[in-house]
Design a protein around this ligand. Structure first.
Ligand SMILES: [Zn+2]
Length: 80
């Protein structure tokens, strides 16, 4: 079983209950931003944008997922 199965589940009911507040503080640069307007589709709840995403992770989550998928695919192909 591939342990690296990341599903696309945006905001799947967490413990965060900041109803009515769109303002988040970027974990990377510390600025306040409205996550609804964030350009990041994945880490908009954490970072203000893809620039901080890249700065923090080395790349965007989309890039990571692409690598993950292709790696998993090749892994399955070679191991099976
Ligand atoms: Zn930032």
């Amino acid at each position: 079983m591939p342990a690296s199965t990341i599903e696309r589940s945006p905001t799947s009911g967490g413990g965060m209950s900041e109803t009515g507040s769109d303002i988040r503080v970027c974990q990377r640069c510390g600025i306040r931003y409205s996550w609804r307007r964030s350009s990041s589709s994945w880490l908009k709840m954490t970072y203000c944008g893809f620039m901080c995403e890249i700065a923090a992770n080395g790349c965007t989550i989309d890039e990571l997922l692409k690598r993950e998928r292709s790696a998993t695919k090749e892994d399955q192909k070679s191991s099976a």
